[in-house]
Design a protein around this ligand. Structure first.
Ligand SMILES: [Zn+2]
Length: 326
């Protein structure tokens, strides 16, 4: 029976149930938080708030979320373990990798493949053994193993830093079998750069979710990537800055009409707490929460001809198939 690593241990893929493939629990900037902790405030209150939000999500019928918080986004697994223990009906899959749109973090800047090769070190890319260890041994002594790899490419494109992380993620995938999510910027067709690197590295597109595909309404572009075998992450429902509920959902409707219900996964990219956004902005992003798909998106999809079978594919069958690597 294939399993997926979660915070509380391995779960059979058949038991993942309704799964949101791109969420977060906490997104933090650790050195700002360590020095300016006022907004975070009371640790217990923050954890209680997260338990309440995740419990409401579980009560809506969702059994599993993938928390794509990696290096660069403030991953801290002991806190996630404490929260997960209090939400027993929800599986949380955590991730390893590195999130940057430009350069590698300075930790890696001088630990470069060039210098390590000059020094005759066996593994030129230090990220690879770090990511492998997160997947095979567990993260930072917690025993929690990562079940997903994550990297990013945004408007700046395939910068040297972005390419370095992406190739490290690809090579970790080949060493471990752990699947990949890439944060992409579909408006500038960055999925094509992902395709180029993954093909060069020998990664099967069927093991890769192109995250944030749903930020684009360019259905022809998304269809080409799905035809190439990638999974399309329609995973920012509730963010209505450049998009609306209707524009995001209409893209899913059209992709379903074209036969791609078995290539899409749905999510919000929401968090219980994200320190990138001040509390003064919260009234403008009220729909960006874990319940928006259930309360607003699914009714819209049904009204516009998406069938129960297609909804179940996007929420249940596709995440299972993705993790099983079929
Ligand atoms: Zn995200």
């Amino acid at each position: 029976m294939p399993t997926v690593a979660t915070v509380r241990g391995p779960v059979d893929t058949a038991a993942l149930g309704r799964t949101y493939m791109h969420e977060h629990v906490f997104v933090l900037t650790p050195d700002v938080q360590q020095n300016f902790p006022e907004e975070w405030g009371d640790e217990q209150a923050r954890q209680d708030d997260a338990v309440a939000k995740l419990s409401a999500l579980a009560a809506s019928g969702v059994r599993t979320i993938v928390d794509l918080t990696v290096i660069g986004l403030g991953r801290y697994i002991p806190r996630i373990q404490q929260v997960a223990e209090r939400v027993p009906d929800l599986n949380i899959v955590v991730a390893t990798g590195c999130y940057t749109y430009q350069d590698v973090p300075f930790f890696f800047h001088y630990r470069s493949p060039e210098i390590r090769t000059l020094l005759g070190m066996d593994e030129p890319e230090p990220m690879v053994p770090m990511f492998v260890r997160d997947i095979t041994d567990g993260i930072a002594g917690t025993g929690v193993r990562a079940g997903m790899l994550k990297c990013a490419i945004d408007e700046p494109g395939l910068t040297p830093g972005v390419e370095r992380v992406m190739r490290a993620v690809a090579r970790t995938h080949l060493a471990t079998g752990c699947p990949i999510t890439v944060h992409t910027h579909p408006g500038t067709h960055q999925g094509l750069s992902v395709q180029q690197v993954m093909v060069e590295e020998g990664v099967d597109p069927g093991r890769v979710v192109l995250g944030h595909s749903g930020d684009s309404t360019d259905v022809d572009h998304l269809s080409r990537l799905a035809d190439a075998g990638f999974w399309l992450g329609m995973d920012r429902f509730g963010i209505h800055l450049d998009a609306t509920l209707e524009s995001r959902a209409d893209t899913v409707v059209e992709l379903c009409r074209r036969g791609f219900a078995d290539r899409m996964v749905l999510s919000h990219d929401a968090a219980c707490y994200l320190d990138w956004i001040g509390p003064e902005v919260e009234p403008f992003i009220a729909d960006w929460n874990y319940l928006h798909i259930q309360t607003a998106v699914l009714p819209y999809l049904r009204e516009h001809g998406v069938t129960e079978r297609q909804i179940s594919a996007m929420l249940v069958d596709n995440p299972r198939r993705f993790f099983e690597g079929d």
